[in-house]
Design a binder for this molecule. Structure first.
Ligand code: HEC
Ligand code: HEC
Length: 211
């Protein structure tokens, strides 16, 4: 066997192993991830910190929450509100989260989930009512803290971060849970259903008060 042939064989072997082990063809390359996050940033802001009160901050959400949420959008189990790209190449074009989630493959979503989970959740600076926030804290502690730990600030689980999220976004979210358009966690449902509209408002002010 000559040297050239040997090198060729080894190379073929290495490629086969690399494919089997997923070394070469798995993973999203850094340049692709940059492109994806730039497109998310045109609505969700740099690092997922939203400056638009109807668009949620996503930086600091857990990987699990992001992966689950994208599945929910793919299944259209929550409303997909039409939104416009605020800047970048597609500025002014309209789309929605269901379309966006459907266009991404699982690897893109995993890479995005890792990226946003590594960012801090930067709380929104917004106006709130102190009395409503106080009542909201009590409602939260008895009904919601079990899954939305540390006043809704923990990203340790699959429930998303509520503390410091934009209040107009939260208001819209309570409405879509209330109307049944956004499918709810089975154990969250009874807790939500016993809340009055005033209770929901108090909770929104509580989450908004955490800055
Ligand atoms: C054209 C604007 C726009 C773009 C681009 C966009 N989003 Fe969104 N996103 C929204 C809006 C508006 C909502 C909230 C309303 C809804 O659920 O439809 C949202 C909601 C989300 C949520 C749910 C957050 C929560 O707290 O439940 C996640 C996660 C998300 N987007 C991730 C992404 C990722 C990742 C990208 C990039 C691949 C992206 N979005 C691109 C507008 C956008
Ligand atoms: C048994 C666990 C559980 C309880 C109790 C619970 N939740 Fe949730 N909550 C979840 C899970 C899981 C999700 C994420 C799934 C989803 O997107 O609907 C979620 C999501 C949410 C969201 C959407 C977050 C986002 O970023 O879009 C809001 C708002 C919310 N919960 C509010 C509440 C409030 C208010 C209470 C108390 C009245 C409560 N939850 C009680 C498990 C729970």
């Amino acid at each position: 066997m000559n040297a050239q042939r040997l090198t060729g064989d080894l190379l073929a072997k290495f490629v086969a192993m690399a494919i089997a082990g997923g070394i070469i063809f798995s993973g999203v390359f850094a340049a692709d991830l940059d492109k994806l996050t730039a497109s998310c940033a045109s609505c969700h802001g740099e690092g997922g910190t939203s400056t638009e009160s109807t668009i949620p901050t996503i930086g600091g959400m857990s990987e699990q929450f992001m992966i689950d949420t994208m599945d929910i959008y793919r299944e259209e189990d929550r409303p997909c509100i039409e939104a416009e790209y605020l800047d970048g190449e597609k500025k002014g074009e309209k789309t929605d989260m269901c379309k966006i989630a459907t266009e991404l493959d699982d690897e893109d979503i995993e890479a995005l989930a890792g990226f946003y989970a590594s960012k801090p959740f930067v709380r929104a600076i917004q106006n709130f009512d102190t009395d409503k926030a106080k009542r909201g804290k009590r409602l939260h502690d008895t009904n919601c803290e079990k899954c939305h730990e540390d006043g809704g600030s923990s990203a340790e689980d699959d429930a998303g971060v509520l503390a410091g999220q934009w209040m107009p976004y939260l208001e819209q979210t309570f409405k879509s849970y209330g109307s049944g358009k956004r499918v709810m966690d089975k154990k969250m449902k009874p807790k939500m259903e016993k809340l009055s509209d005033a209770d929901k408002e108090d909770l929104i002010h509580f989450y908004g008060s955490l800055q």
